[in-house]
Write a protein that binds this ligand. Sequence first.
Ligand code: ATP
Length: 204
Amino acid sequence: MSAPIGILGGTFDPVHLGHLRICVELRERLGLDHVRLVPNRVPPHRDAPRASDQVRARWIADAIADEPGLVLDTLELEREGPSYTADTLASLRARFPDRPLVCVLGQDAFDGLVTWHRWEDIGSLAHVVVVPRPGTPRSPVESLPGLTRTDRVEDLHDRLQGCLLAADVTPLAVSSTQVRRLLVQGRSVRYLVPDPVWRALRAR
Ligand code: ATP
């Protein structure tokens, strides 16, 4: 089977180095073909993003321009209605019928998974990999309906979907909320966000 494709969904308001390190480290550690960054248009569980769809997508595009293993995927921006992860994974499954898909979630996002729209379908569409999130207690990552806990990275390659794995990445305690707060206070966000994003924010 071909190498799995990683998917990191989020609001990316703005994209920061925490997001990008997760993608780069998991790509190497899990042997992913590439990781798709998927900005959402209408996040179902939170306020609307401050920055427009186009601006958030542009920040991601600029941040990953010279990183071939990372890809911007605007499919949620092109879809009407709430940006449900199950719908996104169904679209990607239709597009990549023979590729394992790996949906990456921070611990904070994973903790809310069982409240998501059609969450029980996720294991029939993709694997789920959970990474620690500084500031969120590390709770046990245990099997759920449709998602079987494993510690074997090979399982992500041997099966198309349905595995649940906890992975370690370098802990980076940065959040988009923190970046927005610093900007409101007129303080620097340099080295929390990629340089092209820092330059764009400074110009705004
Ligand atoms: P906000 O502060 O606006 O809520 P955020 O920093 O949490 O934004 P999102 O775009 O909402 O960023 O996050 C997308 C995904 O990335 C989620 O699964 C989230 O858990 C994960 N994530 C974001 N930042 C980190 C980080 N520093 N460490 C680990 N996971 C992270």
